[in-house]
Design a protein around this ligand. Structure first.
Ligand code: GCB
Length: 591
């Protein structure tokens, strides 16, 4: 699926703004067949939960309805008209007037419907979208819906971020010619400094004759041309896409009598894992940065360009060169911006919470098997496979994406983990053999107990010595961290990237005796980790948990959310930010 872009043959009409909104029990039966009563209006893009003052909306479990009337431009006569939803969290069903046109499961990837035969250029149509936020063992992320003594549904889930729902990204109507381009895939390789190859495959709606492709440089000059639906473009003296120094060509594909045209930004770069090194363009790359969230006050996971650009600015200010899209695919705007500005991305599926027994031993819970028919089962794995397919289909052409992360903290030391993951790793590699594949490993699965790390290219570790373990005792934490890291480095000839380490820190809490929750403890904690990383050559990256404080479910261990941010939720720096800026800026200068 091609992300909508305007071109000389394609037009876009954004449908963002206020939509009529109702919870399922307020909407009546078959609400798509008539106008919804306008009691509430919900902004798109935004999660609906924190916009209203009604706890019934915030904690709603089930379906919510969005509706609006659209005008179809008269100038669109003779075009193919498509309705595209960038995300409906976690499932969406779309109706145009009385017709169901699309259904999609998975809250962080787009879907669309060809509505040409259902709308009239120059006319109007009613668009209704049902959004279902329920998570089950057949969804990614998984969850369980229970019913309490008062008959109210409750959503239980095992991931540490609020279950925001709604239409958090854009909804658009766009056109293509009837005979149109359906997809483009590029693979880039630079044999040496004199030539690079851009291998491409173009999908078309009909016979693939009459496809023409050309590549332009940033000045607009054509540097290579080719004919046919598959082929290679050869670029002399290529300018490479490099972290911090990006260069983007534009691949322009044309097809058919009407000349459908699509322009795809292309960065020429290679990614490779060799021994314990992670190489971009053949040069060792060390990740600095964060695990992030799409999260902010009021809009929840709603995409906002101003907030996004500000987050990138803060990452640039602090010297970060990368981030992980923990714990789901982010809005495509994030990847476009990362491509344009040379930020490196570890791109993650929404497979988070595949672990029933996290810290069960320490907290004294009884354990039950995670990978079993009544928990993470075949239906979970089917949904997980689909999440991988959709992630790669959407993001395969982004030069900023250097690695696929197919899960966060699954129960990788438990029985059944290998059987669960082996086919998913094979699927990922089958879909894209140009990028390394990883998962983020949780502390219960050590180098001597993990059952799946050998299936992957890079060891990504999430560790909390000094917080969840050795709380307040950084001496013990340092010894335990080093012991474990040396174990991984000896057991696996693979790069180690730290994808999480961090401490809850209450902005403004200071102490001369640094104890947990104080700003001083966050500094001491991160400095300790960095000392250890600097002693172990296999460590090829450090991404702190988290970029900013973020919202979670309420509970005894969270005070209005998770406070492990280096920035507060409104993006003000905690004291540690300047310490990091100094380290990462010095590291960048030394490279
Ligand atoms: C983790 C999870 C992350 C949590 C974090 C924490 O291991 O991957 O989603 O937010 O720990 O702060 O507990």
């Amino acid at each position: 699926m091609l992300t909508p872009r305007t071109s000389r043959s394609r037009d876009i009409r954004p449908l963002d703004g206020l939509w009529t909104f109702a919870l399922d029990h307020e909407a009546g039966s078959r609400p798509w067949e008539a106008p919804l009563a306008v009691t509430r209006q919900a902004p798109v893009p935004a999660s609906y939960n924190d916009v209203f003052t009604d706890p019934g909306v915030r904690d709603h479990v089930g379906v919510a309805w969005y509706q609006r009337v659209i005008d179809v431009p008269a100038t669109w006569a003779g075009q193919r008209i498509v309705l595209r939803v960038d995300a409906a969290t976690h499932a969406g069903t779309v109706y145009v007037d009385d017709h169901r046109v699309a259904g999609h499961q998975g809250g962080y990837t787009p879907f669309e419907a060809d509505v040409t035969s259902l709308v009239t250029p120059g006319g109007r149509a009613r668009v209704t979208i049902a959004v279902d936020n329920r998570l089950t063992s057949a969804t990614i992320p998984p969850g369980t819906v229970t019913v309490d003594d008062n008959g109210r549904s409750r959503q239980v889930y095992r991931h540490d971020f609020f279950n925001y729902a709604g239409l958090p990204r854009s909804v658009r109507l766009y056109t293509t010619p009837i005979r149109h381009l359906t997809d483009i895939t590029v693979h880039t390789a630079a044999a040496d400094e004199r030539t690079a190859t851009v291998a491409y495959t173009v999908g078309t709606s009909g016979e693939p004759d009459g496809v023409a492709v050309r590549l332009r440089d940033e000045a607009g000059a054509v540097v290579a041309t080719a004919q046919g639906a598959t082929g290679e473009l050869h670029v002399a003296r290529p300018r490479l896409w490099r972290p911090g120094a990006p260069y983007l060509y534009v691949l322009e594909a044309r097809y058919g009598d009407d000349g459908d045209t699509y322009e795809l930004p292309v960065g020429i770069r290679t990614v490779e894992v060799r021994g314990q090194e992670f190489l971009i363009n053949g040069e060792p790359f060390y990740f600095t940065g964060f695990g992030k969230h799409e999260d902010s006050a009021i809009r929840g996971k709603g995409h906002d360009d101003a907030l996004m650009v500000h987050d990138f600015e803060l990452m640039r200010w602090i010297g970060a060169n990368s981030f992980r899209t923990s714990h789901y695919p982010y809005a495509e705007e994030w990847l476009d911006y990362a491509d344009r500005h040379g930020i490196v991305v570890i791109d993650e599926t929404a497979a988070v919470g595949l672990h029933l027994n996290m810290a069960a031993g320490r907290l004294g819970y009884a354990t039950r098997p995670t990978f079993s028919p009544d928990a993470m089962n075949d239906a979970t794995r089917d949904a997980h496979a689909q999440a991988i397919r959709e992630l790669i289909a959407r993001d395969k052409n982004h030069p900023s994406v250097v690695m696929w992360c197919i899960a966060n903290e699954p129960a990788s030391a438990e029985q059944g983990a290998r059987e669960y993951f082996e086919p998913l790793v094979a699927l990922t590699r089958g879909l894209d053999d140009t990028r390394p594949v990883t998962f983020a490993n949780q502390g219960d699965a050590r180098y001597d107990t993990d059952r799946i790390a050998d299936l992957f290219d890079v060891v990504c570790l999430n560790r909390y010595f000094g917080w969840y373990a050795d709380t307040g005792d950084l001496g013990a934490a340092e010894a335990h961290l080093e012991e474990e890291l040396r174990g991984w480095a000896a057991a696996y000839d693979k790069p180690i990237v730290f994808t999480e380490y961090g401490v809850d820190t209450l902005s403004g809490l200071h102490s001369v005796l640094p104890g947990p929750w104080s700003e001083e403890y966050q500094i001491d904690f991160l400095e300790m980790y960095h000392r250890v990383f600097d002693r172990i050559p296999a460590v090829t990256g450090e991404q702190i948990w988290n970029f900013a404080d973020f919202q979670t479910t309420s509970g005894v261990h969270r005070v209005d959310g998770n406070k492990k941010g280096v920035f507060t939720r409104d993006r003000r720096p905690k004291s540690v930010a300047r310490v990091l800026k100094e380290r990462w800026t010095a590291m960048r200068a030394a490279r």
